[in-house]
Design a protein around this ligand. Structure first.
Ligand code: NAP
Length: 353
């Protein structure tokens, strides 16, 4: 599968993350030496899942201490690498200081990583984990996209430091990355723009917002009903395959929407109902907009009234054909994705906390 030079190592930034876990796993299975850049390599508890996978795979894992906010922090980790997977970036919806907590690590971090790529002769390609939220800000914006469908041509123009700052962080970081990539010709860049990532992690204990979203289905947050919010979703294992496909020499540089399904929060609950409906307080109905507008911000602090107004009852549609035709992806069924994730979280006791 991997056909860049894999006799040399590859770098994965943010290797402790939910998305990165599956990328590292697949690379190790392919026999690659993975330089894993993490903030705290002495936190053995946090690294133990990766170490166990490496022990049972043909590839090798080597940990490096790196921080997105420190200039030069990736130099040791990148030495001799042919490929750089840049996944590190905080995915948190609810923050106190959006500049410090989201924009700086996304933007300054991407600059630091790509400046290091410029200094590291061995790197041939960067694979950047961006997001669908670099393509659109709120569902209401999608009606302005050509034919009301998101494609790789579209950019998020509505998010800002104060409106959907996470989406803003991904937008400015990806834009900056294209600028840096475009100012040289030694290395190229493939950018993946996934929808909400779901499915079991290599560990269920992560900082990713993905797990907070699903927790609400099991802990009673939505027991009185849920807002009708449509969105894109992709299995974390399919996203890892997309990262692997990006390493093929015949994969053209550019953006790829990686989105298995156009779905909604209520549809996710419906998919869980047969297996978990008796035991867990899944939402049974969609709330009317006025009630969702009043109630949702009280239940989920990060979902503001403005967010509900600009997203609820507005359709979500994204075109994933480029990922199918050019990356060769096949997406697994959403029911499998959400049920396996929920089961993993239930087994780990996450709904009781
Ligand atoms: P995650 O599990 O929270 O992973 C985030 C990673 O970023 C962690 O490894 C974290 O390291 C690292 N990080 C954060 N701040 C850092 C800093 N200052 N220096 C170095 N590393 C830092 O979240 P995820 O869901 O896997 O997200 C991974 C990537 O996928 C992000 O770029 C995110 O925007 C993108 N993405 C995610 C989704 C989704 O639904 N999950 C959707 C689209 C795109 P620590 O372990 O040390 O905190």
């Amino acid at each position: 599968m991997v056909n860049f030079d894999i006799s040399s190592p590859v770098l994965v930034t943010g290797a402790t993350g939910y998305v990165a876990g599956h990328i590292v796993k697949r690379l190790l299975e392919e026999g690659v030496t993975v330089h894993s850049a993490v903030r705290n390599p002495s936190d053995k508890e946090k690294l133990k899942h990766l170490i166990t996978i490496a022990e049972n795979s043909p590839g090798e894992i080597v940990f490096f201490q790196s921080d997105l906010l420190k200039e030069g922090s990736y130099s040791e980790a990148m030495k001799g690498c042919s490929l750089v997977f840049h996944t590190a970036s905080p995915f948190i919806w609810n923050v106190n200081d959006p500049q410090k907590d989201l924009i700086d690590p996304a933007l300054i971090g991407t600059r630091n990583v790509l400046n290091e790529v410029n200094r590291t002769e061995s790197v041939q390609r960067v694979i950047l984990t961006s997001s669908l939220v670099a393509i659109y800000g709120d569902n209401v914006d999608i009606s302005n996209a050509p034919n009301g469908i998101l494609t790789e041509e579209v950019w998020n123009t509505s998010s800002s430091l104060h409106r959907n700052p996470y989406s803003f962080s991904k937008t400015v970081a990806e834009k900056d990355a294209w600028e840096i990539a475009g100012s040289q010709s030694r290395w190229d860049m493939v950018v993946l723009n996934p929808g909400v990532v779901l499915g079991p992690g290599i560990t269920p204990f992560t900082t990713s917002e993905s797990f907070r979203i699903v927790k609400g289905f099991g802990d009673g947050t939505f027991k009185y009903g849920i807002a009708h919010l449509e969105m894109g979703a992709v299995d974390v294992r399919d996203l890892a395959e997309a990262h692997l496909a990006a390493t093929r020499k015949d994969t053209q540089p550019g953006r790829y929407i990686v989105n298995g399904h156009n779905t909604s929060m209520f549809e996710l609950a419906e998919l869980l109902r047969d297996r978990f409906g008796k035991e867990y307080p899944l939402p049974k109905k969609v709330l009317p907009k006025w009630l969702a507008w009043l109630l949702t911000p009280l239940l989920v602090r990060s979902l503001t009234r403005e967010y509900i107004s600009r997203n609820m009852n507005h359709p979500f549609r994204a075109d994933n054909s480029k990922s199918i035709n050019n990356l060769g992806l096949t997406y697994r069924p959403l029911s499998q994705t959400i049920n396996e994730m929920f089961q993993q979280m239930a087994d780990a006791g996450i709904f009781k906390n």
